[in-house]
Write a protein that binds this ligand. Sequence first.
Ligand SMILES: *Cc1c(COP(=O)(O)O)cnc(C)c1O
Length: 455
Amino acid sequence: MHYLSTRNNQLKESFIDILFQGLSKEGGLYLPEVWPIIPIDSLRGKSYQEIAHAVIHPYIKESISENELSSILIKTYKSFDHDNVAPLIKIEKNKYILELFYGPTFAFKDYALQFLGNLFSHVMLNSNKKITILGATSGDTGSAAIEAFKSKKNINVFILHPHNMVSDVQRRQMTTVADSNIHNIALEGTFDDCQKIVKTLFLDSEIQSQTSLTAVNSINWSRLIAQTVYYFWAYTQLDSKKISFIVPSGNFGNIFSARVAAFMGLPMDQLYLVTNSNDILHRTITSGDMKKADVQQTYSPSMDIQVSSNFERQIFESLERNSDELQHIMRSFLNTGQYVLSSKVVKDLQSIYNSYSVSNAQVLETIKNFNEKYNYLADPHTATGLYVLNGEQSNNPLVSLACAHPAKFGDAIKIATGSKPSFPEKLKNVFDKEEKFTILKNSTEDIKKHIIKNL
Ligand SMILES: *Cc1c(COP(=O)(O)O)cnc(C)c1O
């Protein structure tokens, strides 16, 4: 398996080459040159780990043996708090919730980042390679990355989060980790500002000459393949020819993983993309007008995003992998904050995604409604999807993703239901520990200096 870039479709990189890189030299995102097909019926009856093996192996087989992958996967999901790793809850005929919050930081990011942590350690085991992980977080990626890489040898971690724009629990999950290889930066800006600085630094030759910068945001291909696993897993839990998914979306990583599952042979009926009021994805899919707006703070901070990195991967596919056209589109969008997609691309997007935008008021109403009707407590990200689930009728199983544990977002839950959710033991701890983070200006230069100083 070789990898090309959305901005250079002639590239032929190996898995190990792209594992530690963020962006390709041209600033593009990596994709496999072909989609491996998984015979879907071969997965029935297998465990989560076995399905993960079948899905991930074709992408990495030149670099990592079957046995090595097995032991990485067993180690990775052993620490998850549910026997099924990702349980599927039935709430009504043809309506399901796939719970993805049984990892150490209580959000779906753990399913990929715990894997990535163990994969990196395995690959670095017999080398003296040193890497610096640099990432931006709208809340959950940061803590999941910190949990995955804390105390790992030869790995330094710098995570940028938007100052005062993540939940209290989200921040404390990151800033109370005391290991000396962990560096938290609170940026005086939005998540999009954090993400922009990270992307700029990945293309900065000065910092790249001092350390090997590595991405663990969902621009990292390995994360997406690890997320593809749970779509296959959910399918095997049901007895149906086709399946539909509802995916609360921000950076377009999780839903693109669903798209990858479909490329690999998962019989997808409908795929629903849900945004909060930061609805650029919804507007782009419905009208083709990809236009940035100001970021609004909502009850679902991990979806408060206007520039969704992984959408570039989808546009590239919709352009039938034409990287010249893709370059042109991304450059115009970056320079002007707007691009009107061709009707051909829009048609393709609409043939794949049903898109919805869900308001704060609808989120609160849905949390309350599901709590009363089904005795199901959903976090505000999950609730954007459940709003759609509630309104749909489907002849096939419709699975909505539960992205985080409700206790991570207690304030919104309290407003919706009148009482705070109970805290899992592991989450309670974060309130007793001391926080450690540095507040920095929204300046690429300042961030760069800070990183170099602390390498
Ligand atoms: C990251 C995240 C999302 C958005 O997922 P993307 O892959 O960025 O689209 C939604 N909900 C929660 C809880 C998250 O952590």
